[in-house]
Design a protein around this ligand. Structure first.
Ligand SMILES: Nc1ncnc2c1ncn2[C@@H]1O[C@H](COP(=O)(O)OP(=O)(O)OP(=O)(O)O)[C@@H](O)[C@H]1O
Length: 328
C-alpha cells in the first residue's frame, strides 16, 4: 500500500508558491526523508497532508484516504511531531502522555510509551518545563506515538538537538520503523536523515528536485568517491597504468608514492587494490572519501542550502500547524 501520495499538490500564498505541483509517493513501511532548505515548503506540504492547510490545486492521499475530504479518518492513524512543538511547562511528562491518550481515545500504557522514547520513570514525574531540548523532543515523539499510528510525521525533529540527541532521535525512528510504522521525516540537514531514511525527496523553492536513495543521489550527481593509495616502497607513477583502464575508475593521478583516483562504481575500489597488489606493489595505506553530503545537497538546491542553513525561525506557519502533537 501507499502511505502518502500527492498529485500536483500546490499551495500559493498570494504571489508566493510555497509548494509547486508536487507529485510524491511514500510507500507503506518506508522511512522517507523530506529534505529542503528553510522555506522550501516542507511544513506547508505536511500541513496539507494533515488538512491544516488547504491546497490551491492538486490533491493528496494519506493511508489511502483523501487528505482533505477524509481527514477525520486519517487523524487517528497518524502521529505528528510538529515543528516548534513545546511542552506545557507545569505538566509532568507522564501527564503529557496521559493527555495525548485521552485526546486520541487510546488505551496506551503511558509507561510503555515513556520507555519506548527513553524517558526514565523519575523524569516522567517531573514538570516538563524542566526538561532539556532532547527530553522535550522525546516526550513530543511519545505523544505522537500514542494510539500506535501507522504513519509518523516528524517535522524537523532534530532542530536544536546536540549530536547525542540527534543519534537518539535517529535510533528512535529506526525502532519505530522496525515496528512497521511508516515515517515521514522532514529536515533541512541531509546528515540527519541519511542514517535513517530508505529514500529522500529534496524540495527546493516548492519544487521536488530529486527523489532517490542517498546512494542513488550521489551517483546521479556524479563525481564519485576519491580513493587514495599510499604505496609502501614504489613511485605511484609505476602503478598508474595498473588502474587507469579499470572499469569504474577515472582521473588517475600519481604524485610521489600517492596514487589518487575517482571511483564512479563502488565495486571498483576492490579492483584497484587487487590490481596493484597482484602486480607485487605493496600498499601502505588506503583512504576513501565519499562525496560530501553537504556538497550533494548544495548541488541539488543550487547553493540555497548553505545560504539558508544560517537562517532560522524566519517562517510564519499556519497557526494551526503548531498544535500539540496529540491533536492529529
Ligand atoms: N501562512 C503562511 N502565509 C504566507 N506564507 C507562508 C505561510 N506559511 C508558509 N509560508 C511561506 O511558504 C514558504 C514555505 O514555507 P514552509 O514553512 O513550508 O518551508 P519549510 O521548508 O518548512 O521551511 P523550514 O525548514 O524553515 O521549516 C516560505 O516562503 C514561507 O514564508
Amino acid at each position: 500500500m501507499v502511505a502518502i501520495e500527492t498529485t500536483g499538490l500546490t499551495k500559493e500564498y498570494g504571489d508566493l508558491t510555497a509548494v509547486d505541483d508536487l507529485d510524491l509517493t511514500v510507500d507503506d513501511g518506508e522511512v522517507f526523508g523530506f529534505l529542503g532548505p528553510n522555506g522550501a515548503g516542507k511544513s506547508t506540504t505536511i500541513n496539507m497532508l494533515l488538512d491544516f492547510a488547504r491546497p490551491t490545486a492538486g490533491s493528496a492521499t494519506v493511508l489511502g484516504y483523501n487528505a482533505q475530504a477524509e481527514a477525520d479518518a486519517i487523524s487517528p492513524r497518524v502521529g505528528v511531531l510538529p515543528e516548534g512543538f513545546d511542552v506545557y511547562p507545569r505538566l509532568s511528562g507522564r501527564r503529557h502522555i496521559e493527555f495525548a491518550a485521552k485526546t486520541k481515545g487510546a488505551a496506551d500504557d503511558p509507561d510503555e510509551i515513556l520507555e519506548r522514547v527513553g524517558l526514565d520513570p523519575a523524569d516522567a514525574e517531573r514538570p516538563a518545563g524542566d526538561y532539556s531540548k532532547g527530553m522535550r523532543q522525546r516526550l513530543a515523539t511519545g505523544m505522537a506515538l500514542v494510539g500506535d499510528p501507522d504513519l509518523l510525521i516528524m517535522d524537523e525533529p532534530s532542530t536544536g538537538l546536540d549530536p547525542h540527541g540527534i543519534r537518539e532521535m535517529q535510533d528512535l525512528v529506526g525502532r519505530e520503523a522496525e515496528r512497521g510504522t511508516t515515517v515521514f521525516f522532514s529536515s533541512h540537514i541531509l546528515e540527519h536523515v541519511e542514517a535513517v531514511c530508505d529514500r529522500v525527496g529534496v524540495l527546493n523553492e516548492g519544487e521536488l528536485v530529486a527523489v532517490d536513495t542517498i546512494a542513488g543521489l550521489r551517483e546521479e550527481i556524479g563525481g564519485g568517491a576519491t580513493m587514495t593509495l599510499t604505496l609502501a616502497d614504489r613511485s605511484a607513477a609505476d602503478a598508474r597504468d595498473l588502474v587507469r583502464d579499470l572499469s569504474g575508475i577515472t582521473d588517475v593521478t600519481a604524485s610521489g608514492r600517492t596514487l589518487e583516483c575517482t571511483v564512479t562504481e563502488p565495486a571498483a575500489k576492490a579492483d584497484v587494490v587487487t590490481a596493484v597488489a597482484d602486480a607485487g606493489v605493496s600498499i601502505a595505506d588506503v583512504r576513501i572519501e565519499e562525496v560530501s553530503l553537504e556538497s550533494l545537497f548544495t548541488a541539488l538546491t543550487n547553493g540555497d542550502a548553505t545560504e539558508n542553513a544560517a537562517i532560522s525561525g524566519a517562517i510564519e506557519p499556519d497557526a494551526t500547524a503548531v498544535e500539540p502533537a496529540v491533536s492529529r
